[in-house]
Design a protein around this ligand. Structure first.
Ligand code: NAD
Ligand code: MN
Length: 357
C-alpha cells in the first residue's frame, strides 16, 4: 500500500464546500482502487481564522505544511477583508515560500458541455497553459514617489531572471513533449517589451535545442487572445509570463464553459516542497451557502494531485468519473443545470464505484 500525506485547506466561501466534496470523492476513489492510502489532515485556515487570531494561518503554518506530500486548497477571499490581505496571507504565502514556480492549467471542453464559441464542443479545445508563477510582472518590485503632485510617478517593474525563465521553459517543453501533438507556443510581447520579453524569446530558443521533438512557435499575447477565439483547434501547449498567462487562462476557462470547472496546479517540479492543487475560481460569496458551487474544478485538480503523487491509474479513474457526471447532464447552475454540489459529488462517486476499467 502506498501512502500519501495531504493537507486540506478549504479556506473561505465555497472553498469550504468544494474541498469537503473533493475529500468525499477521494475517499471513494481510494476504496475503489485499494492500492494507495491518503492520510488527510484538514486545516481551518482563512478569514475566520484571521478574525480569531489576526493571521490567515499560524506563524508556523509553513513548517506544518512541509510535512505533507501535497496541499489541496479551496479559495480565499472575504467580503469584509481586503483581497490583498487574504491572498498574500495564505495562498501567495504558500506559493512563494514553497517556490511553486510552475502554474499548470489544463483546458478542455468536457463531454456534455459546450463552449460559448459557436460549434465548439468536446475535442475541439485541448490545451495546457503553463504560467510562470514566481516572478515577472508580479514580482512586487516598484514604488511611488511625489504622492499627490503633478510629478507623481508609480512604477511596476517586471523581473525576469535566467534561472526563472529557463526553469519555466524547461517545464513547458517537457509538458509539450509528453503530449501527442508536441506543439509549444511561446507567448510574449517582444515587439513592445524589448528587455524582458526579448530575453524570454532568447531563452526559449536555447532550451528548444534540448527538445528537438517539440515544435516551437512564437506568438504575441494580443494575437494569442484572438487566436484562442478564432482558431482554438490550432493550440496545444502554451507558455507565458505571470501576467499574460493569468489573463489568457481566465479567457481559456470561459471558453470551456465555466470558471467552475477550471483546475490548476502550483508545482514545485523539483519537489523540494509540497505542491498545491486548487480550482482557479475564488470564494464566490454570491453563491456561498447555497449548496450550488460547481465542484468539478476541485475534482479535476485532485486528478492533477494524484498524477503528481504517482497515482496515474487513480487519476484516470477519477477523470472518467467526472466525465460520466458531465456527460450524464448532472450539471450545476453555472453550466445551465439544476444539480447541487451534493448531486454532482454523488454522481461522480457512483461512477467511480461502477467503473470497471
Ligand atoms: P470568483 O471566482 O469567486 O467568482 C466569479 C464568478 O464565478 C461568481 O459569479 C461566482 O459565483 C462564479 N463561480 C466561481 N466559482 C464557481 C463555482 N465553483 N461554481 C459556480 N460558480 C462559480 O471570483 P471573484 O468574484 O472575482 O472573487 C471573489 C473572492 O475570491 C475575492 O475575494 C477574490 O479575491 C477571491 N479570489 C480568490 C482566488 C483564490 O483563492 N485562488 C481566486 C480568484 C478570486
Ligand atoms: Mn487570475
Amino acid at each position: 500500500m502506498r501512502h500519501h500525506r495531504i493537507a486540506a485547506i478549504g479556506g473561505d466561501g465555497i472553498g469550504q464546500e468544494v474541498i469537503p466534496a473533493g475529500l468525499d470523492v477521494l475517499r471513494a476513489l481510494q476504496e475503489r482502487c485499494g492500492d494507495f492510502a491518503l492520510e488527510v489532515e484538514e486545516f481551518p485556515w482563512g478569514s475566520d481564522f484571521y478574525r480569531e487570531t489576526g493571521r490567515m494561518m499560524p506563524e508556523d503554518g509553513l513548517e506544518t505544511l512541509k510535512r505533507f506530500d501535497a496541499i489541496y486548497f479551496g479559495a480565499v477571499g472575504d467580503p469584509h477583508l481586503p483581497d490583498d490581505l487574504t491572498l498574500w496571507g495564505l495562498r501567495l504565502n504558500i506559493c512563494q515560500n514553497f517556490d511553486q514556480y510552475a502554474n499548470i492549467r489544463p483546458t478542455r471542453v468536457l463531454p456534455g458541455l459546450q463552449s460559448p464559441l459557436r460549434g465548439v464542443g468536446p475535442g475541439d479545445i485541448d490545451w495546457v497553459i503553463v504560467r510562470e508563477n514566481s516572478e515577472g510582472e508580479y514580482a512586487g518590485h516598484g514604488g511611488r514617489a511625489h504622492r499627490g503632485q503633478d510629478i507623481e510617478v508609480a512604477t511596476e517593474t517586471s523581473i525576469f531572471t535566467r534561472v526563472g525563465v529557463e526553469r519555466i521553459m524547461r517545464t513547458a517543453f517537457r509538458i509539450a513533449a509528453s503530449r501527442p501533438r508536441k506543439l509549444l507556443t511561446v507567448v510574449t510581447k517582444s515587439n513592445a517589451q524589448r528587455h524582458g520579453m526579448v530575453f524570454w524569446d532568447e531563452v526559449a530558443a536555447q532550451v528548444a535545442k534540448d527538445f528537438p521533438e517539440v515544435r516551437m512557435e512564437k506568438e504575441l499575447v494580443d494575437a494569442m487572445a484572438a487566436r484562442f477565439v478564432r482558431k482554438p483547434g490550432s493550440i496545444d501547449t502554451v507558455v507565458a509570463t505571470n501576467l499574460h498567462a493569468d489573463i489568457l487562462s481566465d479567457l481559456a476557462g470561459a471558453l470551456t464553459g465555466s470558471l467552475g470547472i477550471a483546475p490548476t496546479a502550483n508545482l514545485d517540479p523539483e519537489r523540494r516542497f509540497p505542491s498545491m492543487f486548487e480550482p482557479i475560481h475564488g470564494s464566490a460569496f454570491d453563491i456561498t451557502g447555497k449548496g450550488v458551487a460547481n465542484p468539478v474544478a476541485t475534482f479535476w485538480t485532485a486528478c492533477m494531485m494524484l498524477d503528481h503523487l504517482g497515482e496515474a491509474a487513480a487519476s484516470a479513474r477519477l477523470m472518467r468519473g467526472i466525465e460520466a457526471a458531465t456527460a450524464g447532464g448532472v450539471l450545476t447552475p453555472d453550466l445551465g443545470g439544476s444539480a447541487s454540489t451534493k448531486d454532482v459529488t454523488e454522481a461522480v462517486i457512483a461512477a467511480i464505484r461502477g467503473d470497471n476499467q
